[in-house]
Design a protein around this ligand. Structure first.
Ligand code: ZN
Ligand code: ZN
Length: 206
């Protein structure tokens, strides 16, 4: 089980306590119990969301963006696949769909008003209360009701590879080898390629 200290560390890392972070805490708890903490790059997580919950995993499991053992596939799903290189174990945890926030529920509506800066003081209090209640609910619900746990859907991602740096022949900035693209026989960076495509209406890379 996650300790109070670990929970507080994750909250400090993320900046606030919210239902999303609570979901991440539960996933982190599962990973720590079944796979352990990432020493180096031995534990890898593939996250299908970039919302609050990922921060609990970064803070507690030690899978971080910078180490390359946190991989993000932007599918908009609250789903985390964990892999352990040493033991070969893996599993995918996906939030039970019946717990997902509905587009028309009260918290979603209030949160939308909040981001538009239109929240009345009493609505602000209500939103705080809803967030706290839902976060507590996510912490207390049995794990097998919170997540559907199954096999991973994608193979273990490759180890982060150290690569050389080449220079973009357009802007002159250094670019990791694998991110170099070719345009009219020149090696260029992705933004330069995109800018050129927008200029010329070019559809394909050359
Ligand atoms: Zn949050
Ligand atoms: Zn460039």
């Amino acid at each position: 089980m996650i300790t109070q200290e670990q929970k507080e560390y994750a909250i400090r890392f993320h900046g606030h306590f919210c239902p999303g972070l609570a979901i991440g805490l539960r996933a982190a708890d599962w990973a720590l119990e079944h796979l352990g903490r990432a020493q180096d790059e031995d534990i890898v997580v593939l996250t299908e969301t970039d919302m609050c919950g990922v921060d609990a995993i970064q803070a507690l499991v030690g899978c971080t963006f910078g180490k390359g053992n946190l991989i993000f596939h932007d599918y908009g799903k609250t789903a985390f696949s964990f892999y352990c290189r040493r033991s070969g174990r893996s599993a995918r945890l996906v939030l039970n769909p019946s717990l997902s926030r509905k587009p028309d529920d009260e918290r979603t509506r209030l949160q939308q008003k909040a981001s538009a800066g239109e929240l009345l003081p009493e609505e602000e209090k209500r939103l705080d209360e809803l967030r706290r209640l839902q976060a507590e609910q996510m912490l207390s619900i049995p794990l097998e009701q919170l997540f559907l746990i199954g096999d991973v859907r994608e193979p273990l991602p490759q180890r982060a590879r150290i690569q050389g740096t080449l220079r973009c022949e357009c802007c002159g900035e250094g670019v990791m080898e694998s991110r170099i693209r070719f345009l009219d026989g020149k090696q260029v960076c992705i933004p330069c390629l995109e800018a050129r495509k927008n200029q010329t209406g070019l559809e394909k890379e050359v």
